[in-house]
Design a protein around this ligand. Structure first.
Ligand code: SF4
Ligand code: F3S
Length: 376
């Protein structure tokens, strides 16, 4: 835990050259110029591996599933060499009392099958909280149920909200990973029977970064954690999201945008227009109101994203997701272009689409190049 990031790399026998290459990848994922790689390397030489505690509330674990698929940088590099990930119920091999070590917490007597049992947990995570007050990053996945005194999510034998409160009060900064911890998510959708809420009410004055998405793109998660670890808080928008990843609407970077501008729309998911790749607005696309990086970063190392696969964006990073449906109903209030389609225009559109496709290819190729280099 007391090692710097560079020391951790060195210990694994990674050369200085490879380390600098990694710094270039890190610059890319944080949206910085490659020329910043030297400065990032210097930071990593001096910065101790930041301690991260990753908590889980009401959720499907999809955000962790996304996180472990980061390949720019690979999450193994991140978790083993860059971060000191001290607790994560999903990723750690053991759980409960199996992760005990030091720190002593005595819990009230439990009634198990009519027998009174005094349960004492000595959990590693509590030792970390105690010894590193104000130093660790708390990453939170999932919503927090407040209904029925928080009994809809029990951790360590008590309501999750109490466990979370202890970790949040003593954190340096908090990252809400995913739509559930950012906005409340599916459990907070109407009628919200568990009275679930987002992290907004659990910050206790600590800085909060929101990374919404169901799930968020892996590189957005890793890029945000890296920015916080190396440079402190990233610039945030008025809703607490990192501007470098949430500064554009899906619609602004969509390669189908020329079809929208030309008034060429898919009317049904399987019509001829769908086969031609026209705009999905009329079958419910939420791209015009959703802020996320799916159109430029894409998923799986830049391979694709919902719109590229033929499905409209359902606004999974939006504040009112899941109550923004029905999903395939047309979004209201979007001003449609007033155009007449003719052969000339289609030619212009085709050129626009080609340019957009080339730009996309460049981004994806950049990521692939990065990955191949990594394997060299
Ligand atoms: Fe792309 Fe959807 Fe906008 Fe059409 S409405 S251009 S498919 S984001
Ligand atoms: Fe979600 Fe829309 Fe991206 S559905 S994954 S924000 S394209």
């Amino acid at each position: 835990m007391s090692k710097t990031i560079w020391e951790s790399f060195k210990e694994k026998g990674i050369s200085r050259r490879e380390f600098l290459k990694f710094a270039t990848y890190v610059a890319g994922i944080m949206g910085l110029a490659p020329s910043m790689a030297g400065e990032i390397a210097k930071k990593m030489e001096k910065t101790k591996k930041p301690i991260v505690l990753w908590y889980h509330g009401l959720e499907c674990t999809g955000c962790s599933e996304s996180f472990i698929r980061s390949n720019a940088p690979y999450v193994t590099d991140l978790v083993i060499d860059v971060l000191s990930l001290e607790a994560d119920d999903t990723l750690q091999a053991s759980s409960g009392v199996m992760v005990e070590e030091g720190g002593k917490l005595v819990y009230p007597t439990l009634d198990i099958n009519g027998k009174k049992v005094s349960v004492e947990f000595n959990r590693h995570v509590h030792k970390i909280i105690e010894e590193h007050k104000g130093e660790y990053i708390l990453a939170v996945e999932g919503g927090i149920p407040l209904g029925n005194d928080g009994r809809y999510c029990i951790v360590e034998g008590k309501p999750y909200k109490e466990v979370l409160e202890e970790a949040a009060k003593n954190a340096k900064a908090i990252i809400a990973v995913g739509t559930c911890s950012s906005w409340g998510g599916i459990q907070a959708a109407k009628p919200n029977p568990t009275n679930s809420v987002s992290m907004d009410g659990f910050t206790f004055g600590k800085p909060l970064i929101k990374i919404p998405g169901c799930p968020p793109i892996p590189e957005v998660i890793t890029g945000t954690i890296l920015h916080l670890a190396l440079f402190g808080m990233p610039p945030l928008d008025d809703q607490g999201r990192p501007k470098q990843f949430f500064g554009n609407r899906i619609h602004d970077t969509c390669y189908r945008r020329p079809f929208f501008n030309a008034g060429q729309f898919v009317e049904k998911p399987d019509d001829d227009a769908a086969k031609k790749g026209w705009c999905l607005y009329k079958i419910g696309c939420r791209g015009p109101t959703t802020y996320a990086s799916c159109g430029n970063l894409r998923w799986f190392g830049g391979i694709s994203y919902p719109i590229q696969s033929g499905a409209p964006c359902i606004g999974c990073a939006d504040k009112n997701f899941w109550d923004n449906g029905p999903f395939f109903d047309r979004l209201k209030g979007v001003v449609l272009p007033n155009v007449e389609v003719n052969a000339d225009k289609v030619g212009v559109i085709a050129a626009g689409v080609t340019a957009a496709a080339l730009a996309t290819h460049a981004v994806a190729a950049g990521i692939r190049h990065f990955n191949n280099k990594e394997e060299d």
